[in-house]
Ligand binder design. Structure first.
Ligand code: SAM
Length: 333
């Protein structure tokens, strides 16, 4: 039974089906670099379920390492968070990690308005009702949802800054190494935009693991959970295109670490020569050709400093897990 939760639909660009469809078509027709399917296609309701299954695998160390770090350090992390702060979590998922921080804020008797942003409405509703239940009837913490993309959220904040932040300091949570799923320049630009508000802070969790064997195992789990998660992107693509352009049996999966870029890249790989009909155009795909699905970068404190320098922000505090080198970084201008 779900508890009643308030979710504001802030979608305007980026994650509605029409926009996603046109980005999908341009990614498939790409001729200058590798073809791609927008990674947002992985995060429909089914994708959220697949990811939830991944998080329960012991070999998927990023989830475990981050949760352990937050459980250990939550009291210290939230010490600098003032009462009256508005917390916006980007890509909240199941809200379990932010739940650890909100419980610590509750114990510290700080008044917080928490907003969980994500793109899958039912999952967001489910996560928030669990969070509300877990916090009991906290008189300190209020929880609401924002249905939309990172871009929707950033544009809304830029337009309504005066109204939203006049009396409140914003804290953004960007957990789950999600800031590394995008191109470096996009991450830099997002940090710049999110930390433009007076006294704003951003807590980013970033995976700095340098053990390539552990990374490879985590991103190609022997039980096939990662494959199923990525493969679901093809089904979502078919739904958006309105026909079965991709047949699962034509595609393999590749998950490979690029040691120079420090990126784990996940691809669909054609098993045979294919001719796909996309929007009336015939698209030839040669056997072995790859379509990019998602990337997860591994940034240590060194790369995080470089990212911050490029965005004109600084790392105020750092918490690092000594086993997997997973870091939580409090950033500000
Ligand atoms: C790797 S999961 C992390 C979930 C959660 N923060 C955690 O650490 O367990 C990424 C989450 O971000 C959401 N997401 C991915 N891209 C997004 C975008 N462009 N805008 C909004 N949410 C996005 C996904 O739906 C998913 O719930």
């Amino acid at each position: 039974m779900h508890q009643e939760v308030i979710i504001h639909d802030i979608r305007r660009h980026g994650c509605d089906p029409a926009d996603l469809r046109s980005e999908l078509v341009s990614g498939l027709l790409e001729t200058n670099s590798a073809k791609y399917i927008p990674s947002l296609l992985l995060w429909d309701e089914k994708g959220q379920g697949h990811f939830e299954a991944i998080t329960s695998s012991h070999d998927y160390y990023p989830y475990r390492a981050e949760l352990d770090l937050l459980n250990k350090e939550s009291e210290t992390i939230v010490e600098t968070v003032e009462s009256g702060t508005v917390i916006i979590e980007l890509g909240a998922g199941n809200c379990k990690k932010s739940g650890v921080l909100l419980q610590a804020l509750h114990r510290q008797k700080k008044s917080i308005a928490y907003f969980a942003l994500d793109v899958a409405a039912d999952s967001l509703n489910h996560s928030l009702s669990q969070m509300t239940r877990m916090l009991g009837n906290s008189k300190y913490i209020s929880c609401q949802g924002l249905l939309g993309s990172y871009e929707d959220c950033m544009s809304l904040l830029e337009e309504e800054e005066q109204r939203l932040f006049r009396n409140h300091r914003p804290l953004f949570l960007w957990l789950g190494n999600s800031i590394t799923n995008m191109a470096w320049e996009t991450s830099v630009n997002s940090l710049r935009r999110l930390l433009q508000y007076p006294k704003s802070q951003l807590l980013a969790s970033i995976d700095g693991n340098e053990n390539t064997e552990a990374i490879q195992l985590a991103y190609d789990l022997p039980d096939g959970k990662i494959r199923r998660f990525v493969r679901n992107g093809l089904n979502h693509a078919n739904r958006l295109l309105g026909e079965d352009v991709f047949s699962e049996s034509d595609w393999d999966f590749e998950s490979k670490f690029d040691a120079v870029a420090k990126e784990q890249r996940l691809y669909h790989v054609a098993k045979r020569d294919l001719s796909l009909k996309v929007d009336g155009n015939f698209l030839s795909i040669a056997k072995g050709e790859k379509i990019h699905a998602i990337t997860s970068a591994k940034w240590t404190a060194v790369e995080v400093d470089q990212l911050c320098a490029a965005a004109g922000v600084v790392v105020k505090s750092t918490w690092i897990d000594p086993f997997d080198n997973f870091g939580c970084y409090m950033l500000q201008r």
